[in-house]
Design a protein around this ligand. Sequence first.
Ligand code: SF4
Length: 72
Amino acid sequence: MQVHIDRDSCSGTGTCVRLVPARLRMVKDGLDTYAEVIPDGEATEEQLWEAAEACPWAAVILESDDGQVLFP
Ligand code: SF4
């Protein structure tokens, strides 16, 4: 399963990062703070689903390995 962050939708709450700290991290860019995917980070599919469903802005995007959008 692939995970992506829609930076334009991310409000920087950090909720997803707290749930999947080995796969997502917070990044600060000037006044902007947002989540990003850690290259080669690890998380179970269950953890990724939990993080995606917890995001208030549906900014955590899940895709199957063949590119099909699974969430949102
Ligand atoms: S939960 Fe959503 S809004 Fe909050 S940091 Fe993660 S992607 Fe951004």
